[in-house]
Design a protein around this ligand. Structure first.
Ligand code: SF4
Length: 303
């Protein structure tokens, strides 16, 4: 058991590491993405929103310090903690001028309340220069890198317009791993036309490569995204709440107990989410997962 959870979870890990509850502040550094600015494509991954998957991030017109301060103020109003991980979430956060990247990452880690750094990016945006910078940051702070793999299947990767191959992912993943830089890999459950067996192939793959952490996302259909128009045209299967809960419980059963689960559901935006609406009740989904884990006496990795 990991605290009050039957799976290895980030809250537990951060509490164990820092001795107290740690929050994340989500930042928008005003960067772009090669899959949206035309370098690879203009369309982006078909599920990506206008905010570059950073719906809850700060305002890019504010400096990094201002974004951190504003979010700490909100956290302090609700909780008795002001130690945070600076999470560069929106778009691709290693896609930019190296001097600018150095400036924003140092601005974040030099903030008095920041005790760690999380950077979301793509594997095809980690060159030698970036890797050197990440190595440098890794020596100075508690660092992890998040990469959106979503699936190991090339046919689905093509359909969702991910824009890089599994080979490209592995290349960067092992560079990070060999440099002892922690990685968190994102997987999406419910991708169009992907079977449950295919989804579990991706989970088994995660077990094989052993990243530090995993985020499992439910596929959100955001209004006016390419995925939204694909759905209107083809009406592919979208998970029911029950199906998703079963899938997550089985994922937990399979996942290596040393892999930290950062997320098992999402934070959909009620104004832009088209489907599935049941996912907006995040608390209920999490409670149902807990209940089922308990009922079936499942803890992470016990299969
Ligand atoms: S890599 Fe991220 S920011 Fe870029 S299109 Fe895909 S989801 Fe959006």
């Amino acid at each position: 058991m990991w605290g009050d959870k039957r799976y290895n979870n980030l809250n537990y890990e951060l509490k164990k590491t820092f001795g107290k509850k740690i929050y994340k502040v989500s930042l928008n550094a005003g960067l772009s993405c090669p899959n949206r600015d035309g370098k690879i494509s203009y369309g982006g991954c078909i599920f990506c929103s206008e905010e570059g998957s950073g719906e809850h991030a700060g305002n890019k017109l504010d400096t990094i310090t201002e974004q951190i301060n504003k979010q700490i103020k909100l956290i302090k109003n609700k909780h008795n903690s002001d130690s945070v991980i600076a999470y560069f979430q929106s778009f691709t956060n290693t896609y930019g001028n190296i001097n600018y990247l150095r400036k924003i990452f140092y601005e974040a880690i030099n903030h008095k309340n920041v005790i760690g750094l999380a950077i979301a990016t793509r594997p095809d945006c980690i060159n030698k220069e970036i890797l050197d910078l990440l190595n440098e940051l890794n020596k100075k702070t508690f660092l992890w890198i998040e990469i959106g793999l979503q699936t190991i299947h090339e046919k689905t990767a093509k359909l969702i317009n991910r824009g890089y191959s599994l080979h490209s992912f592995e290349n960067s993943f092992y560079k990070l791993k060999n440099n002892n830089i922690k990685t968190v890999i994102h997987i999406i459950a419910g991708l169009p036309y992907e079977t449950k067996e295919e989804y579990f192939d991706s989970i088994e793959y995660i077990n094989k490569i052993k990243p530090w952490g995993i985020k499992i996302h439910l596929l959100y259909i955001i209004k006016n995204s390419s995925l939204y128009y694909l759905y209107l045209k083809e009406k592919f299967h979208v998970f029911s709440e029950k199906e998703y809960i079963n899938l997550i419980v089985n994922s937990i059963k399979i996942l290596d107990k040393n892999i930290i689960i950062h997320r098992i559901t999402g934070d959909g935006d009620k104004d832009t989410l088209f489907k599935p609406k049941w996912s907006l009740n995040k608390r209920r989904v999490l409670n149902e997962i807990q209940k089922k884990l308990k009922l079936e006496n499942i803890i992470q990795g016990n299969l």
